[in-house]
Ligand binder design. Structure first.
Ligand code: ADP
Ligand code: MG
Length: 272
């Protein structure tokens, strides 16, 4: 893919003229509230009366066998998939079912897909610069000469994602794990209130997994984080609470020890 194609591929980069949304309101309740959500694909119920709430500041892990509906749940939150019925709220102010994908993203919901999609022909720093330019709150003041505060913010994110020493390298030469961290950094630049990651450690080495666990704990100091993950060791290392999904609904929820001992979970998930 050419650089121009890569740039235009990310339509959010050019979608900067929309007004800035009001902030998420979590004073009286959770940051994410899903109730009675149903989605069918050709008559197959992928999401079946799903109820899920996530508190502000939590690091929540979602686990469950393949086909449980985990990714579909994220698709619903981000506006990619519209449920047949149910409610989905971001804080107490934003009804997500009335909004489209770019609007939901600009409300402060960042999502990372499993496959990294960094711009390989740009440097690590430039990737973060580009992510910053996609931020509607910043772009109007982002000029040809970069303001020191923006540079500082990029440097800060580079530190957080452990790439400060290689900010000048092309993203294309990074390891798989480093690309994943860079993409997390591109989300962090935009300061989302809710960050969602779908299988962030898939394909990573043991050392990279350990570093990613540390990174997510750091990120959770300032953000609410929702992580879909299969690696139980990893989930046990990072999660405040774990939600086990099965057949489109919540099967069990609680601490990692609680769900690991739940006979329903052992039967459908850990037993396999
Ligand atoms: P998970 O992420 O937990 O593995 P998914 O949410 O990807 O599960 O999928 C849940 C179920 O819905 C699966 O049976 C999958 O085949 C089906 N599904 C997901 N997306 C679509 C779609 N766009 N069209 C048809 N079926 C889909
Ligand atoms: Mg999935």
């Amino acid at each position: 893919m050419s650089m121009l194609e890569q740039l235009t591929h990310r339509d959010r980069v050019f979608d900067f003229l929309a007004p800035v949304a009001s902030p998420v309101d979590v004073r009286h309740g959770p940051i994410l509230y899903m109730e009675g959500v149903n989605v069918s694909f050709d008559g197959f119920k992928a999401i079946n009366n799903l109820n899920l709430t996530v508190d502000d500041g939590e690091l929540r892990c979602i686990i469950g066998p393949n086909g449980a509906g985990k990714t579909t749940m994220m698709d619903i939150i981000t506006g990619k998939t519209r449920p047949d019925t149910g409610s989905v709220w971001f804080g107490s102010r934003h009804n997500l079912l009335t909004k489209n994908e770019p609007d939901i993203a600009s409300l402060g919901i960042g999502r990372k897909f499993q496959k990294p999609t960094v711009f390989e022909a740009l440097t690590v720093f430039e990737n973060l610069e580009l992510a910053m330019a996609a931020d509607k709150r910043i772009l109007p003041t982002l000029t040809a000469v970069m303001k020191p505060e923006y540079r500082d913010r990029i440097d800060e994110v580079l530190e957080t994602i452990n790439l400060a020493a290689i900010g000048n390298r092309l993203a294309g030469i990074l390891s798989h794990g480093q690309k994943q961290w860079l993409e997390i950094g591109m989300l962090l630049i935009q300061k989302p209130d809710l960050l969602m990651l779908d299988e962030p450690v898939a394909g990573m080495s043991v050392a990279e997994r350990k570093k990613t666990a540390e990174l997510l704990r750091v990120i959770t100091r300032d953000h609410t984080v929702l992580v879909i993950e299969h690696d139980m060791q990893f989930v046990g290392d990072i999660a405040d609470r774990v939600t086990v999904m099965h057949q489109g609904k919540v099967l069990s929820e609680g601490s990692i020890d609680h769900v690991k001992q739940d006979p329903k979970v052992i039967e459908v998930y850990l037993g396999h």
